[in-house]
Design a protein around this ligand. Sequence first.
Ligand code: FE2
Length: 121
Amino acid sequence: MVSQEVEVYQSFNWDINGILKSSGMGKYELPPLPYLYDALEPYIDETTMRIHHIRHHQAYTDGLNDALAKINALSHKNYIVGILSDMTSVPESSRDAIDFHGGGYENHRMFWESMKPNGGG
Ligand SMILES: [Fe+2]
């Protein structure tokens, strides 16, 4: 365990909006894991957790922000779940990209949130 991981764990605070508002624009950011990368061993190993969080989830986050930026919708009034539930709210030309990256973003977020060390399941 390195100090950075401890800091991430201690600063864990899920924000259902998942949106960075400090820039004045709604921009999605990679949510921190709610536990350490090795916390789910031996069921899910640390390397697998790092790959899914650092690579996959970050890629979906970046892709979602890029897709929303292309239609000037980084400040879309709905959180991504709302957008995915009503794809008519975004231009048809961007629906596939927003669906793909937004779905990947939210699926990973739910994945992290649904598990916990010693969860008993
Ligand atoms: Fe993944």
